[in-house]
Design a protein around this ligand. Structure first.
Ligand code: 5AD
Ligand code: SF4
Length: 436
């Protein structure tokens, strides 16, 4: 029996889909396949912005035909959207052919839901469970070699006013440090070359006396040839201790994903971010004093309710000052139930779009300028994959920058030294000149 999983959203979801695959294997679905050939199709959804939801709605509609053609095909929908107020009911109404709805808390229960579905032949909805687990005991089917994602915590307590995550993923729960360590040691033994520690807000990690910097250091001191990344950090929780751990542990990538969201103090306060522009910039200064080559990436929202042109320009000037390696940029999207959704002063769509375009242009220009400086230099990348269309291998350096190169032998999983010949936008093209 074959399975097909469709994933929307962040790395947390990508990793959860690996766990979903693990559950499916346990239920006798042995092979991934196309949607047409699958016996079960699972959608792992995202609801962070409206367009993420629109994608899900659009693509679910297309399954109706498959369902009609194939008797016994099971369609399961899980992930963040399912736990959003009122969405499960809406999904049932619009897509009556869905067999199973399950929330993000229910991964370990998914197997049982599938068995029930096969036995009872009626719709199964399990959306708001009592359990908010930290250890699911599921063996993921990893699909991202040489990288392995490792959850260190789940949920979020920050309640940024625009964000739906705390509502759909619940309160913060940290995994036991020893369980994280055991997973990391096993992954390194299996040959994974990059460990990415995942949490909505890694700085809030705590297991008894072990806070995040200590956990990171323990992971970085595991024997073996690998590197460590982590995300996401919150500027309000930024500590010198974290910088010190990054600095003294060569296995930790010199990269920090530190979402700033806005450059205006009034907007930051309305967003409930609990830091100011000045504090954020001071943190970057401190970081770069200690680790001068540290790449900083960020997330930025434009068109938050009541944002003025002047305030948007403060975001532009912050981007100029902060010198980000790259930035994910978004138009504010109201999410039902969040504080911001109740605010007056919606910024018209055309204004938001125009602001986004200006912001992207600035970010791209900075990224291009940075890429150009790489020409002639040597960087070390971890080779991740082969781009068949380009006929080139590709990977990322510790800063997250993508490098392409030719190789006669399989390079996936190797740390490769590249001499950079040219840059194109954010991508670098180079010639292999050695391996670690
Ligand atoms: N509208 C637009 N962007 C959002 N993000 C989170 N919620 C919203 C929203 N309602 C962005 C933030 C966050 C990233 C993961 O998604 O920038 O850091
Ligand atoms: Fe959402 Fe803020 Fe939590 Fe990030 S820190 S998940 S933006 S509430």
């Amino acid at each position: 029996m074959k399975y097909h999983i469709v994933t929307y959203g962040c790395q947390m979801n990508l990793h959860e889909s690996e766990k979903i695959a693990g559950v499916l294997r346990g239920e006798g679905y042995t092979e991934p396949s196309s949607a047409e050939e699958a016996d079960i199709i699972v959608f792992n959804t995202c609801c962070i912005r409206e367009n993420a939801e629109n994608h899900v709605f659009g693509n679910l509609g297309a399954l109706k035909k498959l369902k009609r053609q194939k008797k016994g095909l099971i369609i399961a929908v899980g992930g963040c959207m399912v736990r959003e107020e009122g969405k499960a009911a809406l999904l049932c109404e619009r897509f009556p052919f869905i067999d199973i709805l399950f929330g993000t808390h229910d991964l370990s229960a998914l197997g049982e839901l599938i068995r029930r579905k096969r036995a009872e032949r009626k719709k199964i909805v399990s959306v708001r469970g009592e359990r908010e687990e930290t250890e699911d005991g599921i063996m993921p089917v990893r699909t991202s070699y040489p990288n392995a994602w490792v959850n260190i915590m789940y949920g979020c307590n920050n309640f940024c006013s625009y964000c739906i995550v705390p509502y759909v993923r619940g309160r913060e729960r940290s995994r036991r440090a020893e369980d994280v360590m055991e997973e990391v040691r096993a992954l390194v033994r299996e040959g994974y070359r990059e460990i990415t520690l995942l949490g909505q807000n890694v700085d809030s990690y705590r297991d008894g006396g072990v806070a995040f910097p200590e956990l990171l250091e323990r992971v970085a001191q595991v024997e073996g040839d690998f590197r460590v990344r982590f995300m996401t950090s919150h500027p309000k929780d930024f500590t010198e201790e974290l910088i010190a751990v990054m600095k003294r542990n060569p296995k930790v990538c010199n990269h920090l994903h530190l979402p700033v969201q806005s450059g205006s103090n009034r907007i930051l306060s309305l967003m409930n971010r609990r830091y100011t522009r000045e504090k954020y910039l001071a943190e970057l200064e401190l970081l770069r004093r200690e680790i001068p080559d540290c790449a900083v990436t960020t997330d930025i929202i434009v068109g938050f309710p009541t944002e003025t042109e002047e305030e948007f320009r403060e975001t532009l000037s912050l981007v100029e000052e902060a010198d980000f390696a790259s930035a994910f940029t978004f138009i504010y999207s109201p999410r039902t139930g969040t504080k911001a959704a109740a605010l007056d002063g919606r910024v018209p769509d055309e204004v938001s779009k125009e602001r986004l375009a200006r912001l992207i242009e600035l970010v791209n220009e900075q990224t291009r300028r940075k890429s150009a400086q790489y020409t002639g230099k040597t960087v070390e990348i971890l080779c991740e994959d082969r781009d068949e269309k380009k006929g080139l291998y590709l990977g990322r350096d510790q800063y997250g920058r993508m490098g392409y190169f030719e190789s006669a032998t399989d390079a996936v999983g190797a740390f490769v030294q590249l001499r950079i010949d040219r840059a194109n936008g954010i991508s670098l093209y180079g010639t292999e000149c050695g391996r670690r």
